[in-house]
Design a protein around this ligand. Sequence first.
Ligand code: WT7
Length: 644
Amino acid sequence: MLNAVQRLDTARETNCTPEMYEQLYRRSVEDPDGFWLEQAKRLEWVTPPTKGGDWSYDPVGIEWFADGTLNLCHNAVDRHVEAGRGDATALIFEPDDPATPGRSLTYAELRGEVVRMANALKAIGVKRGDRVTIYMPMIVEGVLAMLACARLGAIHSVVFGGFSPEALAGRIEGCASRFVVTADEGLRGSKRVPLKANVDAALAEPDHDTPIDGMLVVRHTGTEVTMTEGRDHWYHELASDEECPCEPMGAEDPLFILYTSGSTGKPKGVVHTTGGYGVWTATTFSYVFDYRPGEVFWCTADIGWITGHSYIAYGPLLNGATQVVFEGVPNYPDHGRFWDVVDKHQVNFLYTAPTAIRALMREGDAFVTSRNRSSLRLLGTVGEPINPEAWRWYFDVVGEKRCPIVDTWWQTETGGVMITTLPNAHDMKPGSAGKPFFGIRPQLVDNDGAVLEGATEGNLCITHSWPGQARTVYGDHERFEQTYFSTYKGKYFTGDGCKRDEDGYYWITGRVDDVINVSGHRMGTAEVESALVSHAKVSEAAVVGYPHDIKGQGIYCYVTLNAGEEGSDALYAELRGHVRKEIGPIASPDHIQFTDGLPKTRSGKIMRRILRKIAENDYGSLGDTSTLADPSLVDRLIEGRQNR
Ligand code: WT7
């Protein structure tokens, strides 16, 4: 372990001193209802709540602020205008190509644009409670579409623009969404992503039943697209400035659905509700980043992931912050793009993923040091464990030892940050996320569920609910209970392994289930397997993660072929292409090993432990292989790995 780094004295009145953290944390766990009702005042309610949490983990039912009503679009947008802050900058759009003009919107302008988007949604028939699929590039209209849904009380389901038509179809069908918002094309590192054509392909998927009532298409690159009469509409033709009031919503009315991968089955539509999620993202944003009016925040995530929901669309705007919305990628036009954007917009906060940090680190310091970066005040990371070397580089080179780092651990299901150090309140330890946020009660348990105390290592559970917690899986509450609350009864199980040190700092060690984290993107190995076996030549597939220098984890696939088929370079390429088509480029296998069999127990269970070890090139500790139906297979697998 690298030495701890002392909290930096940033010489300004701070949101949270060490003493305040201790005091607030204590209050938050001793009197959670009082604490959270107090925090709820950060938002403007139509009817302020009188109830805090009302929840049980066995059976599972979770409510927060249940008797309150509010609208989150009002809170993110209109409220700031009404309070006289309409001239403050809300969004600064930085396009993929730095030579293209960007765009900047004040809160007053944002309000006008959200109203236009909401009117366009109304014009295609969207009403309160309807699900709206948003499949957009990282442009202002993506954020507008989310906020416009919130304004109308419609439930948004954002699907990452990198997912394939097949994956998109599953997500439209999964929540019976009858409306889609998309763009003609997206741009990423000068590459064009045919979003509208992908939606058309998704709607034509033979295996899916995805009828939709209406689609809004934002003109972005101006490329020609096919418009289906009566179904597809140009956004700019339907946008209008009529008044469009915010719909008052119950605190427990769903705000959005976001699909995420688990260890089994298809991706789950995780549901977040209005009041608790709003309070959670507003509160965490304020404390974790210690944001002050006028400062410029930049989260590099895509709105297709939870990070983009909580720390682009909601958290910053609920706090009236100014933020950058970035369409591009870190390495276009060159590896200094992040720092160009930082200088151009005088960014004070950068929130990004370890995979991006590692990729930039590899390109050398000159791309960083040739840019000024003096505006930076705080750095954040999220999405996967950060290795101490990358942490050190981020701290020393990018932040010149001036900027605290927050390593924020959380999940799609947690709605916002759960474990982190707070700038000014805590010393930092490279590689450790740090301490629980207010109201969060982590617990480490062994595989049998026995509670582990003190400095130890185990499976990370959370014992008490918090406002930002997901409430259910859309349309399948049983799956919600089963997935998160049945492994250790009465506790929320995160799926992560974790160490706790003598100072009470938490060190996430990675997933302990069949989920892998590739470049900060969560993927179920079962999803990749099912994509592989849907290929006509594949008989069986087993997929595991292995350590990868840049991506954190890579995707390693073991494939057995149908009788008469032979593994070849051509088939290798064909299978990679097939997985990309079924899921998307983020699921591209890094390695495919053709094998004549998979290591199974006599009862037919695949021994993934062995496959993981072989993928890791670690043959010394394969463990007991005597229970295998065919122990000799192990040698053939190792040989196959080495000959690849
Ligand atoms: C999984 C959740 C949090 C939003 C983006 C990912 C891993 C996330 C950290 C971190 C170590 C982390 C965990 C978690 N993870 N942040 N700071 N340190 N691991 O959300 O797609 O729901 O994935 O990402 O394994 O379970 P997600």
